[in-house]
Every structure is written in structure tokens, then in C-alpha cells.
Design a protein around this ligand. Structure first.
Ligand SMILES: [Zn+2]
Length: 138
């Protein structure tokens, strides 16, 4: 499957508008777009809790969004954040999200491409296996 990374990043950026939380002015707004092997894209933003520890990360919400549609065979996942409006850095998945992406890849047998991007549309792609060098389970 030829992956249109630019489109996936664009969809992630557009999903920043779906942020759910009290503080709409925070720079800690993230979004994610998941591409499945059926060619569908599912997006989500972080779903904030006042407790902070109960906040759902954008990648978690996007993976769950795909699963809700019984379409969880993920081939690529993009992430972006508002932390760096100048676009000097790329948004990377945190450890928890890397674990969830890894487990999805393990279940499907598909080598998921992780598309780390920024608000300027810049991105780099790595396979989840590269980001989780000593995975559990393996
Ligand atoms: Zn995360």
C-alpha cells in the first residue's frame, strides 16, 4: 500500500480542532491520524482530564477510534502538537503510546509507520520496531 504521508499529517493537523479539555489556550494540544489497511483514516485529539493522569493521549484516542469502527489494522499513525508553533521540532509518541502502537503491530503483523510531524507539515517516518528496540511482548 502506497502511503500518502502528507495527507495523513494534514488530517492530524486538522484534528487539533477536536481537542477536548478545559483549557483551549494550552499549548499541550496534540492530535493523531491513523491509516488502516482498508485505506480509512481515523483522527483524534487528546481528551484531557482535570486529574492530568487520566488524560487520553491523541494516539490512544485515534487507535481506539479505529477499533470502534472495527478497522484496527493500522499501517501508519501520525502525531502532531501545538507545543512548537515555529515547527523547529517534530512531535514524537510518548512511551505509553509507543507501547500501544507496538502491540497493534504485533497483533496485525503489519509494520506500522510512525509519522512524527509538526504544524508546518514537516515529518519523518520510522517503523514502530525502530522506536521500541526491546519490546514487550515480542
Ligand atoms: Zn502518548
Amino acid at each position: 500500500m502506497k502511503i500518502n504521508y502528507e495527507r495523513l499529517v494534514k488530517e492530524a493537523i486538522a484534528a487539533l480542532d477536536s481537542y477536548y479539555g478545559r483549557n483551549k489556550d494550552t499549548k499541550y494540544i496534540y492530535a493523531s491520524a491513523v491509516l488502516t489497511d482498508k485505506g480509512n483514516i481515523y483522527t483524534a485529539s487528546n481528551y484531557d482530564s482535570d486529574t492530568a493522569s487520566l488524560t487520553l493521549h491523541a494516539e490512544q484516542a485515534a487507535l481506539s477510534h479505529a477499533a470502534c469502527h472495527r478497522d484496527a489494522r493500522v499501517v501508519a499513525i501520525a502525531m502532531v502538537g501545538k507545543e512548537d508553533p515555529e515547527g523547529k521540532k517534530l512531535c514524537h509518541p510518548c512511551g505509553i503510546c509507543k507501547q500501544l502502537i507496538w502491540e497493534n503491530s504485533l497483533r496485525s503483523g503489519l509494520p506500522i509507520k510512525v509519522v512524527m510531524s509538526n504544524l508546518k507539515g514537516k515529518y519523518k517516518v520510522k517503523e514502530i520496531k525502530q522506536l521500541v528496540p526491546s519490546p514487550w511482548p515480542d
